[in-house]
Design a protein around this ligand. Structure first.
Ligand code: SF4
Ligand code: SF4
Length: 188
């Protein structure tokens, strides 16, 4: 009798708990907007998301030349790429002799370390704010060149992105101009 009452009590407690706000969330979300537990957790605006490739809108091509530097330095070896002769360079519209042909990142293996961005000499890769990429497929997070460029263009647009080398050049020029102003006239 006592055990039956205990069992009934536990059933009652579990039923009541079922109506409470869930502590954990379903991830990845299944797209059912009526389930509160599937609302994505808000992230900070400066959150460092997955790497993405940038787009040179002045020329109309990616910045990436597929030089392989980031791929050789990636600690998880989750990137691969191929280069090709740049048709726009042959038409005199681009200074890039080689251009990226294919690029793939396995985001399931990416640890968001940012090393690829640090070592790139061509402003070709950024740590985007994209982080909702989980799927139920083992290989569902292998992203190719068009997807990486789409994420990169979105990041550039939303953040008024300026290539770091351009920013560094502007800073050097400003410092040089300030130094000229500060220098005594007889030293010129
Ligand atoms: S992203 Fe930069 S470092 Fe990586 S292959 Fe392209 S140009 Fe080279
Ligand atoms: S962020 Fe790190 S792990 Fe991810 S692709 Fe770049 S170098 Fe590799």
């Amino acid at each position: 009798m006592l055990y039956s009452l205990k069992g009934l009590w536990l059933t009652l407690v579990s039923t009541v708990n079922g109506f409470r706000e869930p502590v954990t969330r379903q991830y990845p979300a299944t797209g059912n907007i009526f389930k509160r537990r599937e609302e994505p957790t808000p992230v900070q605006p400066r959150f460092m998301g997955f790497p993405a490739l940038t787009w040179d809108s002045e020329v109309g091509e990616p910045y990436c030349t597929s030089c392989m530097v980031c791929i050789r330095n990636c600690p998880t070896q989750c990137m691969s790429s191929n280069m090709m002769d740049n048709p726009l360079q042959q038409e005199g519209m681009s200074h890039r002799r080689k251009i990226v042909d294919t690029f793939e990142i396995n985001l399931n293996r990416c640890i968001l370390c940012g090393i690829c961005v640090e070592v790139c000499n061509f402003d070709a890769i950024v740590m985007s704010h994209e982080h909702e990429m989980s799927t139920y497929q083992r290989n569902g997070d292998r992203v190719n060149l068009p997807v990486l460029l789409d994420i990169g263009r979105k990041f550039q647009r939303e953040n008024n992105w300026v290539p770091p080398t351009v920013l560094a050049k502007q800073k050097r020029e400003a410092e040089a101009a300030a130094a000229r102003i500060d220098a005594p006239e007889d030293s010129v």
